[in-house]
Design a binder for this molecule. Structure first.
Ligand SMILES: Cc1ncc(COP(=O)(O)O)c(C=O)c1O
Length: 415
C-alpha cells in the first residue's frame, strides 16, 4: 500500500501502513516507554531517553566522583550553559550565541521582563493574556510592581491585542502554544504588530520547543523563554533556556547580576561588570546533574528533522481530533493545522475522573481545571496505531461509564 504521510488516517489499517512507512519510527527505540501503555503527556513531562541514565552516571561517577573540581576545565563544565544553548538554538531558529541554558522559565522571564522595561524607559505596561500559564502572569505582576507606575494588563484574548497596544506598552509576553487549548499563535504577525507599536516581544516556547519548527530569527523576536522538560525530554525540573536576539546584547541590563554574568567571574572583583553577549543573562550556575539530562537528550535532537516532527504531529493530532469529534466530544483545540500545536484538549464536565479511568487502562493524559482533558502528541516515540487505540480507549471509557467508579474521583496534590 502506498502511503501519503500528510494524510490523516481514518482506519486502523491506515495507521499500521503509516507506522510501517514512518521516517521517524527508529527514534522510538531511544526512549523508555510504559510497558503496557501509551504516554500522551509528553507536553507536561517528557519520557526518559534510554541514553540518559548512562550520561548521568558518567557525570556523577566519573566527572564528579573521580575528576572532582578539575572537571570545570577538564570536562568544560564552565561552558555548558553556552554549549547546550547553541544546540537548542537550531530547534528554535536562533543563531549561535543567542540561547543560554539557565534557571527556570519563571526566573528567566523575570530577567527578561525587567530588561525589556528598562529598554523602553517612559513606557510602563506589560501586556499578557489572561489565560496564559499563570506563572507568566504572576511574574509580570511581580516585575511591574518594582517599577513606578508599572502595570500588568491582561488581555481577555490575544484577539484583543490591537485595542491595547498603546504607547505605554513596553513589552508583550505570550505563549506560542496555549497550555490548555493547544492553540498556536502566529509568531511573525504578532511580533511585527508589537514592534509597530514600539514595544518589545517575549515568547514563551514551553509548549512549542521540540513540538514544531520555530524561527525566532525570521520573526525578529526580541526575547524568548522555554523549558527542556516537556517535548525536549531533559528530565523533571531540568533547567530552562533563554533567547535574546544578538541586537539587544550590548544594551540589555538584567536584574539578577550574579557572578556568572560578570565579565571575569574568577577575578573576584567587588564591582559588577557585565560580560558581553548572551552570558549577561546568567546568574549562577545551573545544576550540573540536570545539565547531564539535557546533554543526553540533545544527542537525539541533534539528529531530528523538525519538519518531519511537525508533519507527523499534525497527522496524530488530526487523527485524535477526528475520532473525538466523531464521538460527539467537544474538542477545544483548533481543527485548522496552522492554528494548533502538538496537543489536543477535550472539554467534558467529568474530565478528571475520565482521565483517571483512561490512565488505569494505560492511556496517560492529564487534566486541566476546570473541565479539560489534555493529550500531548510526541512524534518521536508515538505510533499512529497506538494513537488510534487511545482514541478507542477514550470511546470505551465514556460509553461504559467506568469513570464513575469512586476511585477515579480521588485527587492528589498534583492534578
Ligand atoms: C507555558 C508555561 N510557562 C511556564 C511554565 C513554568 O515553568 P517553570 O516552572 O520552569 O518556571 C510552564 C510549566 O508547565 C508552562 O507550561
Amino acid at each position: 500500500m502506498s502511503v501519503d504521510l500528510a494524510t490523516i488516517p481514518s482506519s486502523r489499517e491506515q495507521c499500521l501502513a503509516l507506522d510501517a512507512a514512518d521516517p521517524l519510527a527508529a527514534f522510538r527505540a531511544e526512549y523508555t516507554l510504559p510497558a503496557n501503555g501509551t504516554y500522551l503527556d509528553g507536553n507536561s513531562l517528557g519520557v526518559l531517553p534510554v541514553r540518559t541514565p548512562e550520561v548521568v552516571r558518567r557525570t556523577v561517577e566519573e566527572e564528579w566522583g573521580k575528576d572532582l573540581i578539575t572537571s570545570w576545565n577538564k570536562h568544560s563544565w564552565i561552558d555548558l550553559p553556552y554549549r547546550l544553548g547553541d544546540r537548542i538554538a537550531p530547534l528554535v531558529g536562533a543563531g549561535a550565541g543567542e540561547v543560554v541554558v539557565c534557571d527556570s522559565v519563571s526566573v528567566n522571564l523575570f530577567k527578561l521582563l525587567t530588561a525589556a522595561l528598562r529598554l523602553r524607559p517612559g513606557r510602563r505596561t506589560v501586556l499578557g493574556e489572561r489565560d496564559s500559564f499563570p506563572t507568566d502572569l504572576y511574574i509580570a505582576e511581580g516585575v511591574t510592581g518594582l517599577f513606578e507606575g508599572g502595570r500588568s494588563v491582561l488581555l481577555p484574548s490575544v484577539d484583543d491585542l490591537d485595542a491595547h497596544l498603546d504607547d505605554d506598552v513596553a513589552v508583550v509576553v505570550l505563549s506560542q502554544v496555549d497550555y490548555r487549548t493547544g492553540r498556536l499563535l502566529d509568531m511573525a504577525a504578532i511580533t511585527a504588530k508589537v514592534h509597530r507599536a514600539g514595544a518589545l516581544m517575549i515568547w514563551d516556547l514551553c509548549h512549542s520547543a521540540g513540538a514544531l519548527p520555530i524561527d525566532l530569527t525570521a520573526c525578529e523576536v526580541d526575547f524568548a523563554v522555554g523549558c527542556t522538560y516537556k517535548y525536549l525530554n531533559a528530565g523533571p525540573c531540568a533547567p530552562g533556556f533563554l533567547y535574546a536576539a544578538a541586537r539587544h546584547h550590548d544594551t540589555v541590563e538584567q536584574p539578577l547580576t550574579g557572578w556568572f554574568s560578570h565579565a571575569a567571574p574568577f577575578a573576584f572583583e567587588s564591582d559588577y561588570r557585565p560580560t558581553q553577549g548572551i552570558g549577561r543573562f546568567l546568574t549562577s550556575f545551573p545544576s550540573l546533574l540536570a545539565l547531564a539530562g539535557l546533554r543526553a537528550t540533545l544527542e537525539i535532537w541533534d539528529r531530528v528533522d523538525l519538519e518531519l516532527v511537525r508533519a507527523k504531529s499534525l497527522a496524530l493530532t488530526g487523527l485524535f481530533i477526528e475520532q473525538c469529534r466523531a464521538d460527539g466530544l467537544e474538542v477545544v483545540t483548533p481543527g485548522q493545522p496552522e492554528l494548533r500545536g502538538s496537543q489536543v484538549a477535550v472539554r467534558h464536565p467529568e474530565a478528571f475522573p475520565v482521565v483517571q479511568a483512561l490512565i488505569e487502562r494505560g492511556v496517560i493524559g492529564d487534566f486541566r481545571a476546570p473541565d479539560l482533558m489534555r493529550f500531548g502528541f510526541t512524534p518521536l516515540y508515538l505510533s499512529y496505531t497506538e494513537v488510534w487505540d487511545a482514541a478507542q480507549a477514550l470511546r470505551e471509557v465514556l460509553a461504559s461509564g467506568e469513570w464513575r467508579a469512586e476511585r477515579f474521583s480521588v485527587r492528589g496534590a498534583v492534578t
